[in-house]
Design a binder for this molecule. Sequence first.
Ligand code: NAD
Length: 252
Amino acid sequence: MLDLTQRNIEKAAKLMHSAKHITAFTGAGISAESGIPPYRGEGGLWTKEDPQVLELNYFRNHPDESWRVIRKVFFDYFAKAKPNAAHIALTRLEQAGKLKAIITQNIDNLHQEAGSHTVYEFHGNAQKLSCMKCGKQYDAAPKLMEKLPPMCRDCRGILKPNFIFFGEMIPQDAYMHASKEAEIADVFILIGTSGIVVPAALIPQQAKQNGAKIIEINPERSSYTDRISDIFIKGKAGEIMKKLADLTLGTT
Ligand code: NAD
């Protein structure tokens, strides 16, 4: 007899096979198998570092201290991570024309490194830094971060990574595209996201209200599971997504 996970994978693959517009919505959990811990929970980043370094006022008043943590966590550490089987499965689904877009809350660039094209970064990204005084943009090259805090060459303003800090606005473009996806998708796949970070968590809810079927992949039940998920597949993103892509694309 097939176990529940396998049965749910098969149900999800059938749904995806006949879907017209599939959108993926990813969170920190999809990158866990690449070695990047989520923010919260066991082994989470904030059990080791103080999250106040990502509060805008704190950052303005303590740029040296904030930047020491930011460089260690988001640049030295993230730089070593490579896309895993889940990122790659999403890229295969996009290349086959099945997956239309990825909305990610992550800032680690792993979807793009895996080769995915249509990626909306809901919380910005760590690839660029911008001057807090004049707005000039810089590539986040390690050389720029040798001496902290990194400063603007033109006006000597402090540079800030282009991912959003606590309390900052969601990038307008990403919000607009994500809302559009929630309007037009007939299947939404939620991968590795707890659903407690708002306003990001409202996007899958919007999709559900607009008639999308929700497939959720997570080793733990989340705040979505009992509220909006139609198919909950319990397991790790890499393992499940590979099987799901294989079945959907008929490569097994
Ligand atoms: P979260 O930390 O709130 O939740 C992570 C979820 O992933 C949990 O539900 C957990 O059960 C699940 N998970 C853990 N291991 C998994 C695995 N192997 N496969 C699938 N799921 C797994 O994450 P969130 O919902 O994305 O929200 C937190 C915020 O943290 C987001 O804003 C995100 O931008 C940010 N963040 C990003 C990164 C990154 O860029 N990689 C890392 C840490 C935090």
